[in-house]
Design a protein around this ligand. Structure first.
Ligand SMILES: Nc1nc2c(ncn2[C@@H]2O[C@H](COP(=O)(O)OP(=O)(O)OP(=O)(O)O)[C@@H](O)[C@H]2O)c(=O)[nH]1
Length: 407
């Protein structure tokens, strides 16, 4: 995953948490408004049985408060005052309202007017029914919000718009409720407002579902892209490794090349200087190689180089490092070997090459090799040590070839 993808994921996560917090806040606000709505309906029931100027004035203030957003903090004190005003109005009208009795209970109205009591009871029943609907709808909203908390990612703009619409509907609901002339029109207003709120929620839900689907599709695409990039990175690493190996390998013999030799010698140099290792360096060269080329052709010369190089690698495997230094020359690093041990191994190598069976036009051809050996000293550089080994090699040539010289 790239830094950019991670950043984008962080942003989505932050937005998601912000959305959760806002929804929790909204849910609490809805519950508070629901409670207020119940109390408002109870006050209205009291008003039905006993109109009063004080109560009217307070209802006016309540309407104004609702117009600026039905928050629990702004409405609650007004409802308390309204409750007291209704109680006072009841007392003035000679209607008792004993402590502990429901404010909506009209059972204590003087029994003289049976028809009025019956009408009020019917109104109260419809009001209770209306409240049940209001409660159920508000409960649905709360459940919807809880569901959103679980699965919806952030959609700040859409959420804010929904927030504003629901507030507006709630405000209108409060206003119409207070202005309603009778319970029938009140019930119609409440039902209409609630279905509008329902519709807003439904539309919001559809938009959120679409947004979530887009987000999921995008996440899947990103995941796929990350997988692609990972596999590209792996194949790139493989090809870099192959390139690296090729850069250190001689194409003709398959042996490490001069660059690989120099790298190995850099390690040897550090070990020898640190006193943690000893090593000798050998320079080897096929004798009269020009004559081989001239007599049997360049391709035959290549074949000789390849066969000698592979024979050296086989012979020294696990004991020393061998590289094609250039042309018909090989370099060998004898690790943990004293000069005498390295010289003995070098003589064995020359003897081994002399025994290799070469043929040209079915006739045996003898190929020999000469070598120069030197110890790698702590004061040596890689080039100085090789020059010394090279001089020893030419001493071996001068001494008659097919031999090794130690200096
Ligand atoms: N076939 C082939 N020939 C090469 C290659 N690299 C260098 N040579 C030849 O190797 C020959 C080296 O010859 P010289 O350096 O004169 O020495 P020599 O003939 O080996 O004689 P001494 O080293 O004195 O024994 C040259 O003719 C080069 O062209 C190669 O990769 N393939």
């Amino acid at each position: 995953m790239t830094a950019e993808d991670r950043l984008e994921e962080d942003v989505w996560e932050r937005k998601y948490h912000l959305a959760l917090e806002r929804m929790e806040r909204d849910e609490r606000e809805f519950q508070a408004v629901e409670e207020l709505l119940r109390r408002l309906a109870l006050r209205l029931a009291a008003l039905v049985r006993n109109p009063d100027d004080d109560v009217d004035a307070l209802l006016g203030r309540l309407t104004a408060a609702l117009r600026y957003g039905p928050s629990a903090a702004s409405i609650e004190p007004l409802l308390d005052a309204l409750s007291e005003a209704v109680t006072r109005a009841d007392e003035r009208a000679g209607i008792e309202s004993p402590a502990g009795q429901s404010e909506a209970d009209v059972g204590d109205i003087a029994e003289g007017d049976t028809a009025t009591v019956a009408a009020l009871r019917a109104d109260m029943a419809r009001l209770q029914e209306l409240l049940a609907v209001v409660s159920a709808r508000l409960g649905d909203m709360a459940r919807y919000l809880a569901g959103e908390l679980e699965e919806t990612a952030a959609g700040e703009g859409a959420d804010r718009a929904l927030d504003a619409r629901v507030r507006e509907e709630m405000r209108e609901l409060g206003e119409k409720t207070l202005a309603a002339a009778d319970l029938v029109s009140l019930q119609a207003e409440v039902t209409a407002r609630l279905s509008l709120i329902d519709q807003h929620f439904r539309e919001h839900r559809e938009r959120e579902d679409a947004r979530l689907a887009t987000y999921r599709e995008r996440a899947a695409r990103m995941h796929h892209r990350v997988e692609e990039l990972e596999s590209q990175a792996t194949s790139l690493q493989d090809s870099l490794r192959r390139e690296h190996e090729l850069a250190l390998t001689d194409g003709l013999t398959g042996l490490p090349n001069r660059l690989a030799y120099e790298r190995r010698m850099a390690d040897v140099e550090s070990e020898v200087r640190a006193g943690t290792g000893v090593a000798c360096v050998g320079a080897f060269d096929i004798d009269h190689f020009k004559a081989i080329n001239d007599t049997y052709g360049h391709a035959a010369g290549d074949a000789v180089l390849r066969i000698v190089g592979q024979a050296l690698a086989r012979e020294l495997e696990g004991r020393a490092f061998v590289a094609r230094y250039g042309g018909e020359e090989f370099a060998v690093v004898f690790h943990d070997a004293s000069p005498a041990e390295a010289e003995a191994q070098a003589q064995d190598l020359c003897a081994m090459v002399a025994k290799l069976a070469f043929h040209a036009s079915s006739k045996p051809v003898t190929v020999t090799m000469s070598g120069g050996i030197t110890r790698f000293n702590a004061s040596d550089s890689v080039a100085v040590a090789f020059d010394r080994a090279d001089r020893a090699l030419y001493a071996a040539k001068r001494a008659g070839r097919n031999r090794c010289v130690l200096v």
